[in-house]
Design a binder for this molecule. Structure first.
Ligand code: FES
Length: 261
């Protein structure tokens, strides 16, 4: 079997050489010992042999496909059973809920990055100006700070350059935050204030002239405090703000001091 478009003269030459080789006495003898038939004896014999082989392999592939479909169907059935809610109802939480990747992603998006307030830390954990504390918003690392004026801020604890952690200690004091990797710096409100080699070096590299560092800080959170607890959200929706003010209204009144008799 020659590749398509092989010139006929070449095919004839190869066939002639093969037939010549098959007539050699040592090859004839060896084939007889093996009780084998030469398949290249004639083009017709080769074609017949190839047809048989193709048919045989078609059967093998068909059987394998059927088997693969059966395996897939079994897998689908197992997954469907595995994700079925128990008949007892909401009084049972099945184990797959805790490890399902899609549920996890939805939880991060709707609860932690959605219009909800998430507890970050206590106000008391930021005792004075220029203090910071690490926290989390679901899977997102967050740093909460109190700036020099006493105002609280929170932003994603990831450098705007390559995403490495900005603050490594659990808590501490600092006037600004400097990424340990390539020295980009931030103020305590999470604004990018310094970019190392912003103008490049020796006329090479650097940021484009129109680049504005203030547009490239980490994601900032809105903050609210309630009875000394600090809550943060990425959402700008009003509903989240209303939830905090409703919680404020429902706060129990502080106990009255007992009058001495
Ligand atoms: S990763 Fe922070 S400066 Fe490069």
């Amino acid at each position: 079997m020659a590749p398509p478009k092989t010139p006929q003269a070449v095919v004839d030459k190869i066939n002639a050489d093969v037939n010549e080789a098959l007539r050699q006495s040592d090859i004839v003898q060896r084939l007889a010992q093996l009780s084998a038939e030469p398949i290249g004896g004639t083009p017709q014999a080769t074609a017949a042999y190839m047809r048989e082989e193709i048919e045989r392999w078609h059967k093998v592939i068909k059987a394998a496909n059927v088997e693969a479909r059966l395996i897939d169907a079994r897998k689908d059935a197992m997954e469907a059973t595995a994700h079925r809610w128990p008949e007892e109802g909401l009084t049972r939480v099945p184990y797959w809920v805790y490890s399902d990747r899609d549920l996890y992603e939805e939880e991060q998006a709707r609860i932690f990055r959605g219009p909800t307030w998430n507890f970050l830390c206590l106000e008391a954990e930021l005792p004075g100006p220029n203090s910071y504390r690490r926290s989390n918003l679901g899977a997102m690392p967050v740093v909460v700070t109190r700036d020099q004026d006493g105002t609280l801020h929170a932003f994603e604890n990831r450098c705007a350059h390559r995403g490495s952690l900005l603050v490594l200690n659990e808590s501490g004091e600092a006037r600004d935050i400097i990424c340990v990797y390539h020295n980009w710096s931030y103020d305590l409100a999470g604004n990018l204030t310094g970019v190392a080699f912003r103008k490049g070096l020796g006329g090479k590299g650097g940021m484009p002239a129109q680049c504005r560092p203030e547009d490239h800080g980490p994601r900032k959170l809105r903050l609210e405090t309630l009875s000394g607890l600090v809550f943060g959200t990425l959402s700008a929706r009003r509903a989240a703000a209303r939830a905090i003010s409703r919680a404020r209204d429902r706060r129990p009144h502080p106990p009255r001091a007992c009058a001495r008799r």
